[in-house]
Design a binder for this molecule. Structure first.
Ligand SMILES: Nc1ncnc2c1ncn2[C@@H]1O[C@H](COP(=O)(O)OP(=O)(O)OP(=O)(O)O)[C@@H](O)[C@H]1O
Ligand SMILES: [Mg+2]
Length: 269
């Protein structure tokens, strides 16, 4: 907000602070503390994700990255003890998972669950009906699915397979990206940490995210990754370093290169 003490020109002030009628950030995590089985894991996370930007969370094993993703999903195993999660300016801290999904938040997981007996296409139909609040015909879903599979370079036979059953790591990832594309979220949270992606799968994920972003330039992405390579492929805008449950540093892509070169030790404590 401009004040009389501001030394900036008015255009600088608007650019830096936002105008009075500016839209709230896509996702704003404020002082978030969360525990698992009574053990505090997140200890005051502050993090903002902007519409149309790719944000990345990096950090050592056990620093709380997947915990944060679970809390964003609304996983009841994680107890929020303080702080809040704002989505498009609305406090969603207490919202159940399905309400978050309907509102346009998509989460893909490090270890996707195997859901037995459900073909990919049927799962997508249910998920899309829930997201859009209308029943889509199998034909409509199939057409959209074929279109996206083509864009993402996927084998059309994939849609008939049962969800995650016997999927290779790379296939699971492609499937997640397909889900993301079709569910058309406003915010996608991708936990890619230690999922054992080979270079090709990593490129697939990056290319998939880029393809979806071309169709939806306002999509905000929060990706959790150990791979600077992945962040480069994703053309990441902002990196947040999570250490022991707090954001210890933030920066542009150069922070990723620095973390890779120096390791995390310099940032602990
Ligand atoms: N459901 C759970 N039950 C018990 N402890 C948990 C649970 N989930 C997370 N933790 C603990 O919380 C801490 C943070 O784990 P988390 O999975 O969030 O780390 P991470 O940053 O994602 O690590 P990685 O890079 O290895 O994926 C760890 O000490 C972990 O053991
Ligand atoms: Mg993890």
């Amino acid at each position: 907000m401009a004040t009389s003490s501001d030394q900036h020109t008015s255009s600088q002030t608007v650019a830096e602070h936002g105008s009075a009628d500016s839209v709230p950030p896509l996702l704003q995590i404020v002082g978030l503390c969360a525990s698992v089985e009574g053990t505090p894991i997140l200890r005051g996370v502050d993090l903002t994700v902007e519409s149309g930007k790719v944000h990345a969370i990096m950090g050592p094993n056990g620093s709380g990255k997947s915990t944060l993703a679970n809390v964003l999903l609304g996983n009841p195993a994680y107890e929020i003890t303080d702080g809040s999660i704002l989505y498009k300016g609305e406090d969603i801290t207490a919202w159940p998972t399905d309400t978050r999904g309907k509102a346009g938040i998509f989460l893909a997981f490090q270890e996707p669950e195997v859901i037995s007996g459900v073909p990919v296409i049927q799962f997508l139909r249910q998920a899309m009906s829930a997201r859009q609040g209308i029943d889509l015909s199998v034909l409509e879903i199939r057409l959209q699915m074929m279109e996206w599979m083509d864009k993402l370079g996927m084998d059309p036979a994939f849609g008939e397979r049962h969800l995650n059953e016997g999927f290779s790591g790379g296939e699971r990832k492609r499937n997640e990206i397909l889900q993301m594309a079709m569910l058309d979220p406003d915010l996608a949270v991708l936990d890619e940490t230690d999922s054992g992606l080979d270079v090709d799968a990593l490129r697939t994920v990056a290319r998939g995210v880029r393809t979806v972003r071309e169709a939806r330039p306002d999509l905000g992405v929060l990706v959790i990754s150990h791979y600077v390579r992945m962040l480069e492929e994703l053309d990441v805008d902002r990196i947040h370093l999570l250490i022991d449950g707090v954001v210890a540093a933030e920066g542009g892509p150069e922070l990723g290169a620095r973390l890779e070169a120096e390791g995390y030790d310099a940032w602990r404590n």
